[in-house]
Design a protein around this ligand. Structure first.
Ligand SMILES: [Zn+2]
Length: 60
């Protein structure tokens, strides 16, 4: 389960997007666009996740 908290990204906002993988990303992206007027690209959102969730499987 992926969780993206608005608060973690500098907004004073209680919104949390939850879901599996890209679903949370889509929800979060929609929310920031609608509520905060900021549109993150999918790639930027992916970066959020990568940073937050760690094991980007290192094959070593
Ligand atoms: Zn928000």
């Amino acid at each position: 389960m992926t969780k993206l908290r608005c608060r973690d990204y500098g907004f004073e906002c209680p919104f949390v997007a939850e879901g599996h993988g890209t679903k949370a990303i889509e929800e979060f992206g929609k929310h920031t666009a609608d509520e905060h007027g900021i549109e993150y690209s999918k790639e930027a959102l992916m970066q959020f996740l990568v940073r937050q969730q760690i094991p980007v499987s290192e094959t070593k």
